[in-house]
Ligand binder design. Structure first.
Ligand SMILES: Nc1nc2c(c(=O)[nH]1)N[C@H]1C(S)=C(S)[C@@H](COP(=O)(O)O)O[C@H]1N2
Ligand SMILES: [Mo]
Length: 388
């Protein structure tokens, strides 16, 4: 009980401050924290034992424990390819090199003094999918607009490709025709000029008001709001600006989506880069309170305004869910609640779908059948519960 009370208070403080609403501004039932009389209805299609810490440097979020829009820093999912590099905060310098008027090297203090922009943003790993959906989080980030740093260096007109390197590296096999070369590579991702110079990408140094942890890329990471996790380069050490396309493994090979599309009666196989997040919703948990059931879920996308979220029970009609008014920030997770009246005893399948303002509807698994690579799986995730 004590823990629940604390959680509820924390959520009130956190989300109401963000939404600028008073305590009485949000109807009590909208709050995702459990009421005292509320009981969790377990999912019967969830793996029995969810290992939330599969390795020291990895963590997933157990979606059934989501209690509010802001993910606590020590519950934020985390993953990377080369483990954690050692970065000495005292001697840390961010380098900006390549097609610039003045190459610059900035200490953490210098970067912090360039401004403290705050942004609530959520992201997921492009490999996030059902049944766990555990690779996503939502936080309040603090940092400097990337543009501010780039302006200091002065970007040359012919610059087209902005490459962000992390301090982490590993040996890779690079295949070329019939040969394989073993070479050391730094984790790198790139953005095209237009995106890099847009006002939104941030170089962030804090999450939820505290300095980034090693897991989250201490001391500095790139945050591209609305983009998949892979774009948010952790332990950022260098921004290299070039004219050439960047073809590193995590840009050009691993983070691709291969999808078949029927065009004029012919199947075309299209490969695209993993960039902006696809429209997704999922059910996080179901609770029972005095005979009434509540279905809580999360929506995330690339910031395109949402039109609605709907929930369907078994083969029934799609029913509108209510969006939590405290999660209005453009790039934030949006929480939704669906009140399920008259649930009958027995097994039921619940499913949610989000629809955005452009009319885009979250696809079914069947509609994504021709997507070969598992990344960018935003299909509707069914959830089974047993009502007793
Ligand atoms: N330097 C570096 N940055 C990285 C990665 C990496 O391997 N190295 N992995 C990316 C991937 S695939 C994801 S999903 C996110 C995870 O961010 P998080 O650990 O803060 O949740 O970091 C991204 N940034
Ligand atoms: Mo990822």
């Amino acid at each position: 009980m004590t823990k629940q009370t604390t959680t509820r208070r924390d959520i009130l403080r956190g989300s109401l401050a963000l939404a600028g609403l008073g305590v009485l501004g949000i109807p009590e039932w909208m709050l995702p924290a459990l009421a005292q009389s509320e009981a969790i209805v377990p999912f019967i299609d969830f793996p029995e034992r969810v290992i939330t810490n599969p390795a020291p440097d990895r963590r997933i979020i157990d979606i059934r424990t989501i209690t509010g829009p802001i993910t606590p820093k020590d519950e934020f999912f985390t993953t990377q390819h080369y483990g954690h590099p050692t970065v000495d905060l005292a001697t840390f310098q961010l380098k900006v090199s390549g097609l610039v008027d003045r190459p610059v090297s900035l200490s953490l203090d210098q970067i912090r003094r360039m401004g403290n922009t705050e942004l609530v943003a959520g992201f997921e790993c492009s490999g996030n999918r059902g049944p766990l959906q555990g690779l996503s989080g939502n936080g309040r980030w603090t940092g400097v607009p990337l543009r501010t740093v780039l302006d200091q260096a002065g970007v040359k007109p012919q610059a087209r490709e902005f490459v962000f390197f992390g301090a982490d590296r590993g040996e890779e096999n690079v295949e070329w025709r019939t040969q394989t070369f073993k070479v050391m590579q730094q984790f790198g991702r790139s953005l095209p000029r237009e995106k890099a110079l847009s006002p939104e990408p941030l170089l962030v140094h804090a999450l939820n008001g505290e300095p980034l942890t090693v897991h989250q890329g201490s001391p500095l990471r790139l945050l591209v709001p609305g983009y998949y996790g892979v774009c948010n380069v952790k332990w950022l050490s260098e921004i290299h600006i070039q004219e050439e396309q960047y073809l590193g493994k995590f840009q050009a090979r691993w983070y691709r989506t291969l999808k078949g599309e029927m065009i004029d009666g012919e199947m075309k196989w299209v490969e695209t880069a993993v960039t902006h997040m696809q429209l997704k919703s999922y059910i996080a948990r179901v609770t029972r309170d005095a005979g009434r059931h509540k279905v809580l879920g999360v929506v995330l996308n690339d910031g395109t305004p949402l039109k609605s979220v709907e929930v369907r029970v078994d083969d029934g009609p799609w029913q509108p869910a209510t969006m939590d008014p405290s999660t209005r920030d453009k790039y934030s997770w949006k929480l939704f609640i669906y009140t399920w009246n008259g649930a009958t005893p027995g097994e039921h399948t619940l499913i949610s779908r989000a629809i955005d303002m452009t009319g885009k509807v979250q696809p079914t698994a069947q509609e994504l059948e021709n997507k070969k690579s598992f990344l960018e799986d935003n299909s509707q995730t069914p959830r089974k519960v047993l009502i007793t």
